[in-house]
Design a protein around this ligand. Structure first.
Ligand code: GTP
Ligand code: MG
Length: 435
């Protein structure tokens, strides 16, 4: 997904780069190109228009005409606006005892699959979910949910009733008895939105008083997706969206328009047919996927928020003076670990994989042991670590000389990486991806 859009946006940046200062008409032209790229990706017309004018305003506000790196600035703004468009990741609201989640959506959008995926997700978070097949009309609906739930060892409501309201009521009382804390209702889908379907779901809504009504929307739907979402929103008042089939080769416009048009957050994305293919939405990750690069700027902003300001300054000074030593390094890895969902963050910058490995819990313990076995002098100046010192440290820390060599190599790489992040800043660093 997003391959084409990403390609187009990169081309726009490539055309601009190396141009030095931009004329008003060059900026206008690139805005037109961005707009066209979005429309071709099936982004909703109004959304695309607003997007471009926001980018343009921001470009002017940031004095793009005087800038020496206008292409980088524009792409940076596009990246930020994309993140804004996708919207913040908002967690599930589970505020009742038990809490109910209603999954609604058109036929084949992925409700049943998502019900199972959600069940697995919630279980992994320590919840005790209960699946309810609330589609009593389609003959095979019950069997599909049952088979998948049994395979995944998830409890489900197995009684067969021909009235969904009755069924939901009984499922509710069963859940109290069995102490299930999160109920997932898989409702019936139709090819098109029709009054009968909405009436049914409304009745279920009144019966179970759900904490969440999540629209399960197929991201392959194209331009029509936002209209469908709007109709569900108007009729039911949805609380969030799950976009399925994000692994497909659709153009991705639905994913980019949904939040803006409905005002409702995208909470999860489905990225495959397998039951573990559900991800919490990461707006930054998605945006960098579209632009096809590691977004150093976001990384930096996030990092700076999490780490105490004073420490950041101290650290920056050391980097600038080229005085980063192993002691700081250990502290820094520990702080990086605190920042948040590191996987997503580290994927955002080139060379992040190496650091990710180092932040593995076991690896950290080893790293700490090695560094603690060094003398202060060695920590400040690792270049004095000859083979006899390395041997001593290895036996002192219960590791091997290879472990120490690896640590020093990774330390060097991290030093380089951190220097790049600081020295070249966001825009300049981004520019290297377009050459
Ligand atoms: N590639 C991919 N396929 C998916 C994803 N989610 C669901 N599917 C597939 O989409 C098809 C329809 O999924 P279902 O879960 O049966 O859809 P539904 O909304 O319950 O359909 P009805 O009950 O008929 O309304 C199945 O073949 C799923 O395997 C996804 O994230 N990626
Ligand atoms: Mg189904």
């Amino acid at each position: 997904m997003f391959d084409k859009l990403g390609e187009r946006l990169k081309n726009i940046a490539r055309n601009l780069s190396g141009k030095g200062r931009l004329s008003a008409s060059q900026v206008k032209e690139s805005m037109r190109d961005i707009r066209r790229a979005l429309l071709e990706a099936d982004v909703n017309l109004n959304v695309a228009q607003d997007f471009v004018s926001e980018v343009e305003n921001e470009a002017v506000a940031r004095k793009i005409y005087d800038s020496f790196t206008p292409a980088e600035t524009i792409i940076q703004i596009v990246g930020e606006k994309l993140i804004g468009l996708i919207g913040k990741a908002e967690p599930l609201v589970l505020d009742k005892q038990p809490s109910s989640i209603l999954l609604v959506g058109l036929q084949g959008s992925g409700k049943t699959t998502t019900a199972i995926k959600l069940g697995i997700f919630l279980k992994s978070k320590g919840k005790n979910p209960f699946l309810i097949p609330a589609d009593v009309k389609r003959p095979a609906a019950f069997e599909q949910l049952r088979d998948m739930a049994e395979r995944e060892n998830l409890p489900y409501f197995s009684e067969r009733l021909d009235n969904e309201v009755k069924l939901c009521k009984q499922a509710l009382s069963r859940s109290v008895l069995k102490r299930y804390d999160t109920l997932i209702f898989d409702t019936a889908g139709r090819l098109h939105i029709d009054i009968e379907m909405l009436k049914q779901i409304k009745q279920i809504k009144e019966t179970v008083n759900p904490s969440e009504i999540l629209l399960v929307a197929d991201s392959m739907t194209g331009q029509d997706a936002v209209n469908i979402a709007q109709e569900f929103e108007n009729a039911l008042g949805i609380t969030g969206i799950i976009l399925t089939k994000m692994d497909g080769d659709a153009r991705g416009g639905a994913a980019l328009s949904m939040r803006k048009v409905t005002g409702k957050p995208i909470k999860f994305i489905g990225i495959g047919e397998k039951v573990d293919a559900l991800e919490v939405l990461h707006p930054e990750r998605l945006a960098s996927r579209i632009l096809g690069m590691g977004d150093l700027k976001t990384l930096q902003e996030k990092a700076e928020k999490a780490v105490e300001k004073e420490e950041v300054e101290k650290f920056q000074k050391k980097i600038q003076e080229g005085k980063l030593d192993l002691e700081d390094f250990l502290g820094q890895i520990k702080q990086l670990k605190r920042i948040g969902p590191l996987d997503a963050l580290l994927d955002m910058f080139p060379g992040g994989k190496g650091l990710k490995k180092m932040m593995d819990e076991k690896q950290m313990v080893r790293t700490e042991a090695i560094i603690q076995s060094m003398t202060p002098k060695e920590r400040q100046n690792p270049s004095i670590l000859d083979s006899s010192r390395r041997k001593r440290i290895a036996s002192g820390s219960g590791t091997s000389v290879q472990d120490i060599n690896r640590l020093l190599k990774e330390f060097k790489m991290a030093q380089k990486l951190l220097k790049q992040m600081k020295g070249r800043g966001g825009p300049a660093a981004l520019s290297s991806f377009f050459r």
